[in-house]
Design a protein around this ligand. Sequence first.
Ligand code: C2E
Ligand code: MG
Ligand code: MG
Ligand code: MG
Length: 284
Amino acid sequence: RVKEKGRAHYQFYCTDMNSVITNVVTLETHLRKAIEKNELVLYYQPQIDCETGEAKCFEALLRWKDHEFGHISPDVFIPLAEDTGMIISIGNWVIESVCKQIKTWNEKGIDDIRIAINISPKQMNQPNFVPFIQLMIEKYNLNPSSLEIEITEGVMHDTREVVPILFKLKQLGIYISVDDFGTGFSSLNYLKRFPIDGLKIDQSFIKEILSDEKDAAITTTIIHLGKSLGLEVIAEGVEEKEQVSFLRNVGCHKIQGYYFSKPIPVDELEKMFLCSSPMKKILI
Ligand code: C2E
Ligand code: MG
Ligand code: MG
Ligand code: MG
C-alpha cells in the first residue's frame, strides 16, 4: 500500500480519490498543519481479559482525517513523522491527551483503567522523554499504573540507552509491554534483562492461527514462554470467535481485535465499555 521513495517521497493511495499521490511535501505540510490545528484524534481499542471477560485496558491509536486526502493511516503518517522529527511533538501530544483523558475518567469515578500508548524509538531516545511523562503524571494527578508504554523490538537494539529508560519507567510504576512481538529481532536475552510486564503477539501470527500449524505453534509457544516468565500475554488482531477459543484454550491472558471492537472514539467507548459491560456476556 505504501511505498517509500527516498526520504522525501511517499507514494500513497488516497482512500477518497482512489488515486496515487506522489507529493510528499504536501503530505508533510498537511501533517504539520494538522498538528498545529489540533486535528489529530485518539481512538481507543479494548483489550478483553480472557478470565473475566472484562475490558479494563485500552490501546490509544492515532487517527488523522485530512480535509483533502481523507483518512490517512498511522502506518503512513507515523513513519513520515519519524523521518521528519514531527514524532516528538505528536508523541508528546499523545501522552498528554491520554493523561488528560484518564484524569477525566478518574473524576467520573473510573479508576481501574489502563491506557496503552505506542512509543516510537526516536521518541524514547529523547532526553526529555521520562521527565515529560513524570510531569504529566503529576499535572493530571494520575496513578502511574494507569499508564502502559508499548515499545517495539526495534527499540531494544541500543540496550545501553534503553535499559535505564525502561527501569526509570518501571520505577515510576508504569506498565511496559512489547508490541508486535515476534516480528523484530526477538532476542530472548532482552526478556531476561528488560523490565517488561507484557508481550503483545503480533497479528501476523494470529491471522492464520486456525489453518497454519506453524502460526499456531509459534503463538502457543509465545504464550507458554510469557507465562513461565511471569509476563502477561495478549493477542492482537483477533477477528473470529474460533480464534478466541483457540487462544483461551492455550491460556492467553488478553485479547484485542475487531472480534470485540475496532478502535473507537471516546464517547462510544464510554457508552460501550465504561457504563455497562456487554462484553462480559460475549466472552463468558
Ligand atoms: P499497533 O500498535 O500494532 O496497533 C495495532 C493495529 O492493528 C492498529 O492499526 C489497529 O487498528 C489494528 N487492529 C486492531 N485489531 C485488529 C483486527 O482485528 N484486525 C486487523 N486487521 N487490524 C486490527 P492502526 O490504528 O492503523 O495503527 C497502525 C500502527 O500505527 C500501530 O500498530 C502503531 O505502530 C502505529 N501507531 C498508531 N498510533 C500511534 C501513536 O500514537 N504513536 C506511535 N508512535 N505509533 C502509533
Ligand atoms: Mg500498539
Ligand atoms: Mg501491534
Ligand atoms: Mg503495528
